[in-house]
Design a binder for this molecule. Structure first.
Ligand code: SAH
Length: 356
């Protein structure tokens, strides 16, 4: 069996590990290896993206959802959730407000809400792109047909976030009701890539029943899919879900995995998530120092922010978008990085598109 040092060298040199090597690395994780991996990973991020941190303005436009994912606070079975929807005008106004603050990526995220037909989504995408041609539009609205995804792409959407949640089919079934399958979710990701989206996958760290074997399979799935973006953050319980009494995911394991992911997929766009900032006041800064290079401040109207509660105690739900931006600028500046307001495309994707 290879020594930990050999595994780390292999990871840094080749970006590839076997399932057994990943499991061994996780089992032998300590503060020293974590620090070493963070140093290597942040150096790789800097090599590709300098000390730039990209910002994405996140508009949480609906908390209605037809799905009943056991971990999520806006699951349809949560009768205590106070539901809201933003109108097409509210969404585009919010995007324009974000543009004024310097955002050049707008992320439209929501529950799977049938109220918004494909035609409405197409209208929203087109009107944002028409008003602000230099803005990248990212969608995060769940599982749809190939045709729907294609219509969004043809309307001008640039990127799509759809975490695979867990690559293991049995684990997936423990986190979701029967009508949802890992197979369909993964197929959606391949469809998104085929259509040409910059595609984002990812998973929660420390979700109930998750094992190191599951995490190894998640990392191998990501390596195979080769997405342009990867979102990982700690699982955090929500009081009105099946998993209300489960433990939250671990800060250090999340940071460790951010570093491993950066080393496995060097050019990937990797956010230091709000969930990470929620379990630790310095979570997002630590995420950047571990190899992340994106932050996604909340751009939703203040009046609805508290209602988009995927988990308990979410941060930044009382502040105006402008305050969020200033706060993040300071935080990121204090650790020697700089928030930049360009589109922040994946560089590998960009050079491929430009035929380089
Ligand atoms: N409906 C969209 C958006 C889902 S919300 C979709 O299906 O993709 C975005 C992500 O938040 C989810 O993919 C999930 O990984 C994460 N999330 C949901 N509940 C959470 C919780 N309790 N703790 C941490 N992350 C959670």
């Amino acid at each position: 069996m290879a020594e930990i040092q050999d595994i780390i060298h292999k990871l840094c040199d080749t970006g590839s590990l076997t399932r057994e090597e990943i499991i061994r690395l996780l089992e032998n994780r300590d503060s020293e290896t974590q620090a070493l991996l963070a140093e290597k990973a942040s150096a790789v991020a800097r090599e590709h993206y300098g000390n730039k941190v990209f910002v994405r303005g996140l508009i949480e436009f609906t908390n209605y959802c037809k799905n009943d994912c056991y971990y999520c606070g806006i699951r349809c079975g949560n009768k205590n959730a106070e539901r809201y929807r933003l109108s097409v005008e509210e969404i585009t106004e919010c995007a324009s407000y974000g543009y004024g603050l310097g955002f050049r990526t707008i992320v439209l995220q929501g529950g799977e809400d049938r109220f918004y037909t494909d035609d409405m989504m197409v209208d929203i995408i087109k009107s944002i792109k028409k008003e602000h041609p230099d803005v990248a539009v990212t969608l995060s609205i769940g599982e749809k047909s190939f045709e729907s995804y294609k219509a969004f792409f043809d309307a001008g959407a640039d990127r799509y976030l759809l975490r695979h949640e867990t690559a293991d089919f049995d684990h997936y079934a423990k986190l979701h009701p029967k009508n949802l399958s890992a197979e369909n979710r993964q197929q959606c990701l391949y469809n998104l890539k085929k259509i040409g989206f910059q595609t984002g996958a990812g998973f929660m760290v420390g979700s109930p029943y998750q094992t190191f074997e599951n995490i190894a399979d998640d990392l191998l799935f990501l390596k195979k899919l080769d997405p342009e973006m990867i979102g990982i953050g700690p699982f955090i319980p929500h009081k009105d879900t099946v998993f209300a009494d489960e433990k939250a995911g671990d800060l250090n394991l999340t940071l460790f995995l951010l570093s491993v992911i950066r080393l496995m997929l060097p050019t990937v766009l990797l956010p230091a998530t709000t969930a990470l900032g929620t379990i630790d006041p310095r979570g997002r800064e630590l995420g950047i120092l571990a190899g992340a290079n994106v932050v996604m401040p909340n751009l939703s109207p203040v009046g609805v922010r508290k209602k988009y509660a995927l988990y308990d105690n979410k941060i930044c739900t009382g502040e105006e978008a402008a305050e969020c931006m200033n706060c993040l600028k300071n935080r990121i500046g204090n650790i020697g990085y700089e928030i930049v307001t360009d589109r922040g495309d994946n560089i590998k994707y960009k050079s491929m598109k430009e035929g380089k």
